[in-house]
Ligand binder design. Sequence first.
Ligand SMILES: [Zn+2]
Ligand SMILES: [Zn+2]
Length: 133
Amino acid sequence: MNNFEVMLREHNLKATKQRIGILSIMHMRGHINIEELYERVKKSYPSISLATLYKNIRLMLENKLLTEVSVNNSKTLYEITKEDHAHMHCEKCNEVMDIDFCFEDMYKNLGNEDGFLLKNTQVTLMGICKNCQ
Ligand SMILES: [Zn+2]
Ligand SMILES: [Zn+2]
């Protein structure tokens, strides 16, 4: 089991119950948009407002505990920051899955002769998942 409390503190954030709740939902779902997250968080914390949820998400994004994931034709998704990886997006059910991929290695192998400083990498593979085929 992940210790979200430690995770929050390691990112210089106060480990509030709401934040721990948000992280455990994200851990369960993998990638989640704000509306779905709000619906689920409300079940445990009925008094939470969408504005408060946004504020917490923004803070955790700034501290790099969360990562924003953008996929085609879909709302912005959020996930707990992990090792470098790419995403596979099913165009039928909209599910987003992780696939191991190290962009830094790939980029180094390309030579990096133009002096470009790599800061963020997002690659999405489009397709149809096993269940939808
Ligand atoms: Zn699918
Ligand atoms: Zn991911």
